[in-house]
Design a protein around this ligand. Structure first.
Ligand code: 6PG
Length: 233
């Protein structure tokens, strides 16, 4: 099921999203003593990541993953890890979290995907591995992570991380597959601005491979956080 939360504006949406991530972390630490969160890339979540340290003080047992990554060097402005570093990890988190950038992501995408899957399987319990929080973005075409409309990766049920040649530059990417994203204990989709309004409406019209974000909620719950610009009228 998809539950929609409409925040007043982009700043309110970012704050609400940071609060949800922090809630997921606190619950995981209370229940298991460790929290695994997967963050998304793009531009939308930057303010959320900047705000997060206001809500999470102790990062020593938090593991930060990426739900997807572009196959570019980590110091490339287009790198999702670069986004997380610039906005969250560059803040004085003491002690810092455990960090999981995609190994070799600027090399062969298939090898990078296989290496990330090995790291995920070795670190996060469950089959598929159960993250505590999956923060997802939403593309104007309805993609999420690097799962693009009608991509064969949407059908993947054995591998937890795959390489794709996506529809958004940088085109070569590594992405968690749907079984991993759906297994997360808390799935939050953050979508801001009028450009996302169609995709928000489309993802609520039932599971559709032409709208990959609509497939996140199959068998689980998703909270979609929108602002007035993106919220369906
Ligand atoms: C990426 C993403 C992708 C992103 C959406 C929204 O690597 O691009 O993880 O799924 O979240 O495309 O991107 P914006 O926030 O830039 O609109």
């Amino acid at each position: 099921m998809i539950r929609v939360t409409v925040a007043g504006d982009e700043n309110a949406a970012a704050r609400t999203t940071a609060e949800r991530i922090a809630d997921g972390i606190q619950q995981a630490l209370a229940e298991r003593g460790v929290a695994h969160i997967a963050l998304s890339g793009g531009h939308t979540p930057a303010e959320t990541y900047r705000l997060l340290p206001r809500f999470v003080r102790d990062w020593s047992n938090v593991h930060v993953w990426l739900g997807d990554e572009r196959c570019v060097p980590l110091d490339d402005p287009e790198s999702n890890w670069n986004l997380v570093t610039r906005t969250l990890l560059s803040q004085p988190l003491d002690p810092p979290p455990h960090t999981h950038p995609v190994p070799g992501v600027d090399g062969d995408p298939q090898q990078a995907a296989a290496a990330y899957e090995r790291e995920l399987r070795a670190t996060v319990p469950g089959d598929p591995p159960r993250l505590d929080v999956a923060l997802q973005g939403l593309g104007e075409d309805g993609h999420t992570a690097s799962l693009f409309p009608e991509d064969p990766a949407l059908e993947e049920r054995e591998r937890w991380v795959v390489a794709v040649h996506g529809a958004k530059a940088p085109f070569d990417r590594v992405t968690f597959t749907l079984p991993v994203l759906r297994a997360a204990r808390k799935i939050v989709v953050l979508a801001e601005g009028a450009g996302k309004a169609w995709a928000i409406g489309a993802m609520q019209s039932g599971p559709n491979p032409r709208v990959p974000a609509s497939l996140l909620a199959e068998g689980t719950d998703v909270e979609l956080i929108a602002d007035h610009g993106s919220a369906p009228s």
